[in-house]
Each structure stands twice: as structure tokens, then as C-alpha cells.
Design a protein around this ligand. Structure first.
Ligand SMILES: Nc1nc2c(c(=O)[nH]1)N[C@H]1C(S)=C(S)[C@@H](COP(=O)(O)OP(=O)(O)OC[C@H]3O[C@@H](n4cnc5c(=O)[nH]c(N)nc54)[C@H](O)[C@@H]3O)O[C@H]1N2
Ligand SMILES: Nc1nc2c(c(=O)[nH]1)N[C@H]1C(S)=C(S)[C@@H](COP(=O)(O)OP(=O)(O)OC[C@H]3O[C@@H](n4cnc5c(=O)[nH]c(N)nc54)[C@H](O)[C@@H]3O)O[C@H]1N2
Ligand SMILES: [Mo]
Length: 753
């Protein structure tokens, strides 16, 4: 049976109809998959031939790198430009002038993973400046090693398995909810979506579910605490303080398993800043009644309670604080390491977090070694381009931004994912050359000088093997490549050949031979885990292999909590740090040595009249900007624009009705969107999902994003000098009716001259 797979699920291929059917045994196939094939086949958005930007050919130095037209060229000509630019920049400025961070969620296949292919190529070409961490959870990635002694990845691997939660948890305080919307996705692919059935089970069981979120829909059938966005830290500090003040802190756990409690306790009590972090104090900040906070604080200590947080919590200003405070609260309650208790990070954010599946480190394409050690924290891209040579703080270091002359991006969409895209637009004009491999005319492809058309995952064979998934899938091509598109591997293989290191890049293997080679290596991994894989031909013919005895129970931090001396954490004290000496010694005003409430740069507590909080979460119908031109995403638009959600009362007060086109704006930018109502949204918020293809145009003399991309409005600033993570969820906007003629989209047709 032919199969294929994506980050949003696995599919059987029906050759008779040329369609995709959800894989057997998936309890809740994703909505996203419905729009995949149509997006891949959309000739208006696919890149058919290599293309060069006109202004670049005319030597505009990058000034015209938005809204320009393209000329189609042969592969030979396009690759010739790539090779000579790469050589010129290397020889003139060195490999440290090449940015290959190339963040993004390209294919779920192990071999045709765009970034891996590009990095293998650039490493052989002398290296590149890379990017650290992710847009998803940079603050956690930098913070957790300090306070937990674990990488975010290692902690994610041991998050308590979902069945152990349903069996034992009595109160779950879920910050940001837990949503089947985001659980549609798994980085590197999935064969099952089991979060929705798990939530159903929880809601029907004995667990009291409390969802702390500006949107009721983030956790259906839960008690809803409609918190003012960006204020979770204050709420959590008050929960801590009320527990301590009532004499209910778990002193035994704190003594055995934490360090720095006394300093944190003094801060909570107001000894260091004169303000006790009481329920009343937090109530004013968070808009949650003091009584509710106080009562729940005590209840958390009386029952088996779990503090669960979504990743969104840390994609905000001072994003380190809520997740650190949440861990501190769990420590004060003292149930870390027990089934159904303690601390969790990421349930529902992707489908595998908390999945009771044993983890198997499947092989991937070897990328080689990067001779250039320089990097940036991933979300500092615009700062880097605008300020070469300037210093910035990062995780205890003072680092210097490199001077980038050439950008190469493959498998990511910065003009989707970055904040304040008007600013990125200016920064993006700085480099001498931008090369992008893409299958579609995304906003980033439209801002490249040399555009190399790639195949989609539906146009090639590959293997899905995700260390967190119970199935392995042989991905068979559904369609032939469109136009002149080539696999990223073949693009880089041809270029490597041209530049004299073809053999080193391909190792003399064809793509099919690489797949077989990866499968052989996978066989050795399986053997070490006590089972055998079928031979390659059998796997290819059967399309799917299910891992035997896959279940494995896991309780986060249980070994440590049971024996902190015998299984210490790799922190400065061997224990969870509630005050961290090393972070304190960094002397960062925006990330002190213990969890601290600091108002965000923008928030409703200090907003002008009429400003609303923009919540730009993940879209239900797509993966970020992927498949935006597919049927499922298009069917959800309003007058062809992304739908923004307002509380009906807010809409009424602003003279708006459902179906209207609205304009969202602030000092940074403006965008249009189509209006829908949601009475489960805080009335002072507007929800606009990410991912509508960025389409800025000059309308009546002013720049206006006309499609509904929230990153026309968001703030481009780091969480703090510790992590420099993005702060996408910290943003205020105004909303008004758009009653002028609706400008036509430009991203629905190719930018060919
Ligand atoms: N306002 C706001 N912004 C956000 C967020 C938010 O919450 N709010 N969330 C952030 C988060 S968590 C993330 S992870 C980022 C996501 O940001 P990205 O990962 O950059 O977004 P994608 O749209 O998934 O981009 C993947 C790109 O790879 C391309 N692609 C897919 N397959 C292939 C392939 O085989 N070859 C090549 N060459 N290209 C391919 C797709 O066409 C697509 O353009 O967005 C961030 N941005
Ligand atoms: N369908 C779909 N699923 C996805 C993705 C996708 O593009 N589409 N992307 C995947 C990726 S890359 C990632 S990183 C994850 C991200 O997973 P999350 O970070 O969990 O996703 P978000 O949708 O950004 O945020 C979840 C909810 O947090 C709430 N929230 C926002 N600000 C605050 C706040 O200040 N306080 C509180 N308490 N709540 C707040 C919002 O109401 C929002 O609905 O999703 C993954 N899943
Ligand atoms: Mo993400």
C-alpha cells in the first residue's frame, strides 16, 4: 500500500483517484491534511522554473527586494549565479558573511529535509553563520538547562505520559489551555492524533480542569479563567505566596529538591521590593478574582495537582518568567515526580508531547561539521542585518552580530514567522544576495534574488521516522514534480558538482540509495532496541511499519524526586533552582535570578483606550504558512482574507458585524482581515491566527498588509538578554472597519515579469 506523511499526519495514497486518505488507526485525522494535495497542485502558487529577480540582475543592491518581478531562467543559469555568488562572497568576506540559519518547518521526511540538505552543502562549502533555538520555545531552551539541568528536548522527552495524568490528576491548572488545534501537528510527522481523545477522557473523569487563557476554546469543557494576556507570572507568584502564607508549602520537597527557596520566598513576601505578591495584588494585574486565586492555591496543595503550560506562555516579553514561576509553584506544592502531579510543558502544543511511546533515535542525513562557529539566537535576524558589528546579550555572553552579505534560505518562511515584518523588510534589503529554495511563491521566495524551485514532499519518495512516533512510513510520491522543480537534494548535488565537491556531497549515492542506506542504519538502531525492521524492499512495498511494544510509562523528574542525591539534576546545585546564582550574576535587568513579575513592553494594563491585545496563535487549517493556498485554508477565509475573531460585544461597540473587513493597526504596521465572532474570547482581545501569506501593498499612499498577517503588527524584540526568544504574543492593536474598496491580493499569482 503506498503511503505518505507530513508534520500533520500520515496518509494512504489512493492511486485510482489521486487522493490522500488518513492512515488506518488515526483516532482524529487532522484538518490540515485536507488542503495538502490542492496546495501542492496549485499552479498559481507553485514555482515552475528557476527565477531571478529583475532588480538584482540590474544591480539594485537589494533595494527592490520586495514587490519586484522575476524572469524565468534555465537551471544552468540559476545554478551558475548561485555558484559564482557563493564563491565571490566566500573569497571577499569569508564564510562568516553567509547566513544559513534557515529556520523553518520543511518536510517531515528524513532524507529530503531541506535544512539538512542545505547545511550539508554549506558545511562542505566552508560553513555558514547558523541560528540557535526555535521560534517555538527559545526561552525554555535557554532557561531549562539553568533551572532544571535539562535541555528543553530532554525535558519534553520525559514529560509525564498522558495516561498517567488521566489516572491520577485531580486538578490540572492548564496555562494556555491544551488544544486539539495545535495537537494536529508533530515535528517530523505522526501516524496518530491522540490528544483529543485524551482530553475527552480527562473531561469525563475526576480531574478538575482549569484553563487559564484569553480564549475559552483553548480547552473545551474546562473551568475558564479568562486571564489578561501577558500576566500569568503575576497569577502564579500569587498562588505561590498564598500557599506559603497559609503555611502549606511542601517544606520537605523544597529542602530536598530545590535551591534558592529562601530568596524567592522573601521576594514573594515583599521583603525585597515592598510588595507582597498576594492574591489581591495579582487580581488587579491579571483580572482574576482574589478569592478564586486564594481558594485554588490551597486546593492545589490538598489534591494531586498538575501545573501544565503551553509553549505560547514563553513567546512573550519576559517569556522566561511564567515558565520558571510555574516550575516554582509545582515545587512549592511538592508533587513533582508523582503520577498526575508536578509540572508539564507542552501538552497539546504538538501531538507527541506526553505520548506514552518509547523514544527511538532514528538516523538522519549526516550534515557534517560547520567550520564557522558563529550563530545568532534565531529571532534576532532583523537585528543582525540592521546592526552588523553591534553587541547584544545572550545567555550570559556579550556577542557581536556578524556582517552578512549572502542569505540562503531553504524550508522556512521568515516573512511568515518573524515579528514586525515591515522592519524585517528593511533589514532584508541589506545583504548583497538572497537565495531561496522553495516550492511555492511564498513571501520569502518573493524577496529572494535567485529562486530555486523545489519539489513538495508529495512529489518524491522519502521516509518518515520520528523518534516520538510509533510508526515508520515509507513516503511514496503522489504526483510527478510540477514544472521544472527539483528535489532540494538534487539542487545541492548539482551545485556541489559544479563547485567541485559533488562526490563529497552525494557520497556517490542516488536519492534512492540514500533512503536504503538510512533504512539500513535504522535497522541497527531497531536491533539495539530489541526488534527487527523488515528489509528495505518489503518496507517500501508495505509502506508502514509499526514498532512493537511501543508503550512506556513516564513520570517527569521521578528519578530525581525519589532520590535527589543519587540522581541529581545538572544544575548549579544539583536541584531545581528557585533562585539561580548564575543567572543572577549575569546582572540582566530583564531576567533577574528568580521568577519575577515585570510588566511586558505592551499590555492591557498600560494601554490607551480602545487598544486590544492581539493574540496570534497557530492556525487551525494549516501548518503556519504552509497550504495557505490549499482548499482547507481558502475555505476558511472571509472575502479571501484571514478571519480575525472579536467578542460580539466588542464588535458591536465598534460598529462592526460579522463578515466585515477590518483594519488592525498600531505604530508598527497595519493589516486587513475578515471579521468573525467568538463569544469565548476576552472582550479586550482580538485573535488573528498566523500564516496568511504576507501581502503588503501601498494603498492610498500608505503601506498596508491586505491579507491578514499578524506579523505586520507584532514586536521584534527578544524576551530578555537571557534567551532573546521572540515575543509574538505581546502586542496591542486598534481595530476599525475598513470601508474603502478592498484591495485585490497579489500573492495569488506568480510574480513573473
Ligand atoms: N505572530 C506570530 N508569529 C509566529 C508564531 C506565533 O505564535 N505568532 N509562531 C512562531 C512559530 S512557533 C514557528 S515554529 C514559526 C514557523 O515558521 P516557519 O517554519 O518558517 O513556517 P512554515 O510556513 O512552516 O515554513 C516552512 C516553509 O518551508 C517550505 N517547504 C516545505 N517543504 C519544503 C521542501 O521540501 N523544500 C523547500 N525548499 N521548502 C519547503 C514551505 O513552503 C514553507 O514556506 O512561526 C513563528 N511565528
Ligand atoms: N494547527 C496547527 N497546529 C500547530 C501549528 C500550526 O501552525 N497549526 N504549529 C505548531 C508549532 S510550530 C508550535 S510551536 C505549537 C505552538 O503551540 P502553542 O504555543 O500552544 O500555540 P498558540 O496557538 O500560539 O497558543 C496557544 C494559546 O495560548 C493562548 N495565549 C496567548 N497568550 C497568552 C497569555 O499571555 N497567557 C495565557 N494564559 N494564554 C495565552 C492563546 O489563547 C492561544 O490560543 O503549535 C504547533 N501546532
Ligand atoms: Mo513553533
Amino acid at each position: 500500500m503506498p503511503y505518505t506523511a507530513a508534520h500533520w499526519g500520515s496518509y494512504r495514497i489512493d492511486r485510482d483517484t489521486g487522493t490522500l486518505l488518513p492512515v488506518e488507526g488515526d483516532p482524529q485525522p487532522s484538518r490540515i491534511g485536507k488542503g495538502w494535495a490542492s496546495a501542492s497542485r496549485d499552479r498559481d502558487s507553485r514555482i515552475m522554473k528557476p527565477a531571478i529577480r529583475k532588480g538584482w540582475l540590474e544591480g539594485d543592491g537589494g533595494a527592490g527586494r520586495s514587490g519586484d518581478r522575476y524572469v524565468e531562467v534555465s537551471w544552468d543559469e540559476a545554478l551558475g549565479h548561485c555558484a559564482s555568488e557563493l564563491t565571490r562572497v566566500r573569497e571577499t568576506h569569508g564564510n562568516g558573511a553567509i547566513f544559513g540559519g534557515s529556520y523553518g518547518w520543511s518536510s517531515a521526511g528524513r532524507f529530503h529535509h531541506a535544512q539538512s540538505q542545505m547545511r550539508r552543502f554549506l558545511n562542505l562549502a566552508g560553513g555558514f553563520v547558523g541560528a540557535r533555538e526555535t521560534y517555538s520555545h527559545a526561552a525554555a531552551e535557554v532557561l531549562f538547562p539553568h533551572i532544571l539541568g535539562l535541555s528543553n528536548r530532554a525535558f519534553q522527552d520525559e514529560v509525564t505520559a498522558m495516561p498517567s495524568v488521566s489516572g491520577a490528576c485531580e486538578i490540572m491548572l492548564a496555562f494556555g489551555g491544551i488544544s486539539p488545534r495545535t495537537a494536529q501537528v508533530a515535528s517530523s510527522g505522526t501516524s496518530r492524533h491522540e490528544v483529543a481523545p485524551w482530553l475527552e477522557n480527562l473531561a469525563n473523569g475526576k480531574t478538575r480542569l482549569i484553563s487559564v487563557s484569553p480564549r475559552r476554546g483553548d480547552l473545551e469543557r474546562a473551568e475558564w479563567w479568562a486571564i489578561r494576556p501577558g500576566t500569568d507570572t503575576a497569577l502564579i507568584l500569587a498562588l505561590c505566596q498564598e500557599i506559603i502564607a497559609a503555611g502549606r508549602a511542601n517544606e520537605d520537597f523544597l529542602k530536598r529538591c530545590t535551591s534558592g527557596y529562601d530568596t524567592f520566598r522573601d521576594y514573594l513576601a515583599g521583603k525585597t521590593d515592598g510588595t507582597a505578591k498576594s492574591a489581591e495584588w495579582a487580581a488587579d494585574i491579571c483580572d482574576i478574582p482574589a478569592d478564586t486565586i486564594r481558594k485554588t492555591a490551597l486546593e492545589l496543595t490538598e489534591k494531586r495537582s498538575l501545573i501544565s503550560m503551553t509553549w505560547s506562555m514563553q513567546r512573550g516579553d519576559h517569556g522566561e518568567q511564567p515558565i520558571w514561576a510555574g516550575l516554582a509553584l509545582a515545587a512549592i506544592i511538592g508533587q513533582i515526580g508523582l503520577p498526575g502531579g508536578g509540572y508539564a510543558f507542552g501538552y497539546g502544543c504538538t501531538t507527541p508531547v506526553g505520548r506514552p511511546t518509547r523514544l527511538i533515535p532514528w538516523p538522519s542525513l549526516p550534515q557534517g561539521v560547520n567550520p564557522v562557529s558563529d550563530f545568532i539566537p534565531v529571532a534576532r535576524i532583523a537585528d543582525m542585518l540592521l546592526n552588523p558589528g553591534s553587541d547584544y546579550a545572550y545567555n550570559g555572553e556579550t556577542r557581536t552580530y556578524p556582517d552578512i552579505r549572502l542569505i540562503w534560505w531553504t524550508g522556512g518562511n521568515p516573512f511568515h514567522h518573524h515579528q514586525d515584518l515591515y522592519r524585517l523588510e528593511k533589514a532584508w534589503q541589506r545583504p548583497e544576495t538572497v537565495i531561496v529554495n522553495e516550492h511555492s511563491w511564498t513571501a520569502t521566495a518573493r524577496r529572494a534574488d535567485i529562486v530555486l524551485p523545489a519539489t513538495t514532499p508529495l512529489e518524491r519518495d522519502d521516509i518518515m521516522m520520528n523518534r516520538r512516533d510509533p510508526a515508520l512510513i515509507y513516503m511514496s510520491a503522489l504526483d510527478a514534480p510540477i514544472g521544472e522543480a527539483l528535489d532540494d537534494h538534487d539542487i545541492f548535488a548539482r551545485l556541489a558538482e559544479r563547485m567541485g565537491f559533488g562526490e563529497a556531497f552525494t557520497k556517490g549515492k542516488s536519492s534512492a540509495e540514500w533512503l536504503e542506506h538510512l533504512w539500513e542504519r535504522a535497522g541497527k538502531v531497531a536491533e539495539a532496541h530489541g526488534f527487527a525492521l523488515p528489509d528495505f524492499e518489503t518496507f517500501k512495498a508495505e509502506g508502514r511499519f509499526d514498532i512493537p511494544d511501543e508503550e512506556e510509562a513516564r513520570i517527569a523528574l521521578s528519578a530525581f524526586a525519589a532520590d535527589p542525591e543519587g540522581s541529581p539534576l545538572a544544575t548549579e546545585s544539583g536541584r531545581i533552582t528557585l533562585f539561580n546564582e548564575k543567572i543572577a550574576a549575569m546582572g540582566l535587568a530583564d531576567c533577574p535570578g528568580h521568577p519575577t513579575w515585570m510588566p511586558p513592553v505592551e499590555w492591557l494594563g498600560a494601554a490607551e483606550d480602545g487598544m486590544l491585545q492581539l493574540v496570534s496563535g497557530q492556525p487551525d487549517t494549516r501548518l503556519h504558512s504552509q497550504n495557505d493556498r490549499g482548499s482547507e485554508s481558502l475555505s476558511d477565509k472571509v472575502q479571501g482574507r484571514e478571519a480575525a475573531y472579536l467578542h460580539p460585544e466588542t464588535a458591536k461597540a465598534n460598529g462592526l458585524t460579522e463578515g466585515d473587513i477590518i483594519r488592525l493597526s498600531n505604530q508598527r504596521g497595519a493589516c486587513l482581515a475578515g471579521l468573525r465572532f467568538d463569544d469565548g474570547l476576552r472582550p479586550d482581545c482580538v485573535f488573528l491566527p498566523t500564516g496568511a501569506w504576507y501581502d503588503p501593498q501601498i494603498v492610498d499612499g500608505v503601506l498596508l498588509e491586505v491579507h491578514g498577517n499578524p506579523n505586520a503588527l507584532t514586536i521584534d524584540k527578544g524576551c530578555s538578554g537571557l534567551s532573546q526568544g521572540n515575543i509574538a504574543h505581546t502586542c496591542l492593536v486598534r481595530v476599525e472597519k475598513w470601508d474603502r474598496p478592498l484591495p485585490a491580493l497579489s500573492i495569488d499569482r506568480p510574480p513573473i515579469a
